[in-house]
Design a protein around this ligand. Sequence first.
Ligand code: ATP
Ligand code: MG
Length: 279
Amino acid sequence: MSVRVERGAGPTAAGDRGIPPLVVRDVTVQFGALKALSEVSFTVEPGTIHAIIGPNGAGKSTMFNVLSGVYKATAGDVRFGDAVLTTLRPHQIAKLRVARAFQNIALSGTQTVAENLMLGRHHLTAAGFLSAGLRLPKATKEGRLHGQRVREIAEFLELGDKLETPVGVLSYGDQKRVEVARALCTEPDLLLLDEPVAGMNAEETRRMAAAVLEIRSALGISVVLVEHDMGMVMGIADRITVLDFGRRIADGTPEQVQSDPEVIRAYLGSGDDTEESSA
Ligand SMILES: Nc1ncnc2c1ncn2[C@@H]1O[C@H](COP(=O)(O)OP(=O)(O)OP(=O)(O)O)[C@@H](O)[C@H]1O
Ligand SMILES: [Mg+2]
């Protein structure tokens, strides 16, 4: 995989680009009597892959939804540079170069891969081509530049030969990579991924893991990876925060959390540590 890099690359790319850390501080989310998250804190260092793992119901998706502004935190805050994300709405967070790919595929199945990816570039176009009734700016110079970038990102995710294929007929693994490609098309500084390998077979999982690693090393962006499958993140995460019943039970390198007795207990106790995924 290779991609033309727009704003510098390599280990120091995130620092060079001025990507700030994402600082999560004492976040609590309460649904009625249930605390889905209890005073959870962690920091995503620029240009790293930071995984959030935990058994079913641990609060992973809740945290993902707080980071992307879909859920309001009951207490605590999330800062990305000067911005306090916990005071912002999802579209305002997206404007801060924070992109997300969903746990359940949210693509337009009848549209081609190219069209779906072009939708990710909408906010980068001068006019905003959606206002012109979904007419994609193929004929314009600006449109050609966006088309070129869409092709690069598609090739980066090994989708280059599927650009004109309707998303609905692609394999599940391909559709999940289109979802990630669409998020990358917004040119993010921070990419939020919710269970990108959920429901994937071993080969699809391997390709996705390789893609996430490449996103970090070639593009230098920060990645928050919410994942049920501990095995998948061990090989690629720089740092891991482990949740269980809404509480942070561990935070450290893969080696550190792997040997943490409380983490082992949480995964063994849940009885679903080998499960592909759910929900
Ligand atoms: N909108 C909601 N309203 C009420 N309760 C919720 C809501 N969203 C999540 N919960 C509850 O909060 C807890 C955490 O759920 P969450 O979906 O964040 O877990 P998860 O770690 O993503 O689990 P999974 O591995 O199954 O995806 C669960 O008990 C869940 O039932
Ligand atoms: Mg979830």
